[in-house]
Design a protein around this ligand. Structure first.
Ligand code: CA
Length: 440
């Protein structure tokens, strides 16, 4: 989805995985997205010294004032709805009696101190339950998957994997129970992301006005992601389709609509049918780790000529496809060559851990096995260590953008350069060893 902002659903996961942030695990982009997912980035505006949120819209005084002003704020948003064809009467009917859900502010600025290593996320998300249940779902709804795959040209296993990762195939806990209308209304009028959420609020009104999803079924994460594949309201508007022919795009209750809408989403995000997302690969001894750079795309044939192989010596079926080399946990962990479909999944949610989990679960659903290489046991950097790493890189003259604890592309490029200069293996991975070297 060109979900420029909004993606990553995993609403339910947010509850049981509270206290973690995934952005530290290698997000492909620094785009701000908020969906109530564990893959959301942490708040951008904060004091590097204390790690506390400092945004002026998030102070207790500002939040109290916004809460007191909620009714008139909502009334003032009518022109935005009107521009989308919502009548005054409909607006009044849908918004009358709305109150803000102030609990959401806690989620909006939560700043988890610790994060898990990416391998822990992949292992947690690609659980035996999700593999087993996913195979059942693929068999149970085979005719629907057949039809959707034919129409949209998107691998059924990828669609099923998104369904599984986002909500454990639609478990009530996975989907979230907050009113999407109330959540998006709250976030449109209170807190630091009001502009972003106003589009979501208006899209929610459009869904209710059209009756695509019954109002009492339109519940989701605190940020408004809903249904088993966790569409944000604006993503729903772009990607949802009516596949059972009842005239409604009901991605909450209709299995055909859920499957086809998710497939359509991946298709419009660039999914290439008949191809996979990537391959686990083994690097040769004495490999030049400067090739670990997501901006360096080479054909699989070229990568093979550098001595890169698949475990077990399997061939690359389509050697002319281009891929980049990704080492999600550095040189001590598994390596992957990532194809364009990996990037399509990243548009759904721009976190490597997410896209890798989707890709791996899809392979497992197809009958594949676990990764051959094991994940290193090294803990991920804590938030304060990530901030310290960024500050120390800046002190050494690197441009890493804002000191925000988010180790994006710029930080990784800087780490790699620092590794080259100091004789470390230049895998670009922000490890404890790199931080220790930076302290010297
Ligand atoms: Ca329908």
């Amino acid at each position: 989805m060109a979900r420029d902002l909004a993606r990553g659903r995993i609403a339910g996961v947010a509850t049981w995985a509270a206290g973690i942030t995934l952005m530290a695990l290698g997000a492909a982009s620094a785009q701000a997205q908020v969906t109530g997912s564990i893959f959301d980035p942490p708040a951008q505006q904060q004091s590097a010294a204390t790690g506390r949120a400092m945004h002026p819209m998030m102070t207790p005084q500002a939040i109290a004032a916004a809460e007191a002003n909620f009714d008139s704020c909502i009334a003032g948003l009518y022109p935005l709805a009107q521009a989308k064809g919502i009548s005054q009467n409909t607006y009044r009917r849908l918004t009358s009696g709305l109150t803000p859900d102030m609990k959401i502010m806690d989620f909006l600025d939560s700043q988890p101190e610790f994060s898990k290593p990416i391998g822990d996320y992949v292992n947690m998300l690609v659980s035996d339950y999700r593999v087993r249940k996913g195979k059942e779902i693929l068999a149970q709804y085979k005719t629907i998957f057949d039809a959707a795959e034919k129409k949209y040209g998107v691998d059924r296993y990828a669609v099923a994997a998104i369904w599984g990762i986002e909500s454990s195939y639609g478990s009530p806990q996975g989907m979230g129970t907050r009113s999407v209308l109330r959540s998006t209304a709250t976030l449109s009028c209170v807190g630091r992301r009001q502009d972003y959420f106003r589009d979501e609020f208006i899209a929610t009104l459009q869904i209710l006005d059209k009756g695509d999803v019954p109002a009492d079924h339109l519940t989701g994460s605190w940020a408004g992601a809903f249904g088993p594949t966790q569409f944000m309201p604006t993503s729903f508007q772009r990607f949802a389709v009516d596949f059972d022919g009842d005239g409604k795009r009901n991605v909450v209750d209709s299995i055909p609509d859920i499957i086809a809408s998710t497939a359509n989403n991946l298709k419009l995000d660039g999914w290439e049918f008949g191809k996979t997302w990537g391959y686990e690969v083994v690097l040769p001894k004495n490999f030049d780790y400067r090739y670990v750079d997501r901006s360096r795309n080479h054909t699989l044939g070229q990568w093979a000529s550098l001595g890169i192989t698949r475990p077990g010596g399997k061939a690359f079926p389509r050697p002319n496809e281009t891929a980049f080399l990704l080492l999600p946990q550095g040189a001590n962990g598994p390596a992957f060559l990532m194809l364009p479909n990996f990037s399509a999944i990243l548009k759904y949610n721009p976190a490597d851990a997410y896209a890798l989990a989707i890709g791996h679960l899809s392979d497992r659903l197809r009958g594949g096995g676990d990764f051959v290489q094991s994940w290193p046991k090294e803990p991920a950097l804590t938030r304060s260590e990530r901030l310290e790493m960024q500050q120390r890189l800046i002190q050494r003259g690197y441009d890493i953008g804002t000191v925000d604890g988010i180790l994006g592309t710029k930080t990784r490029v800087a780490v790699q350069d620092f590794q080259v200069r100091t004789g470390l293996l230049p895998d670009g991975f922000p490890s404890v060893a790199v931080l220790q070297k930076l302290r010297n």
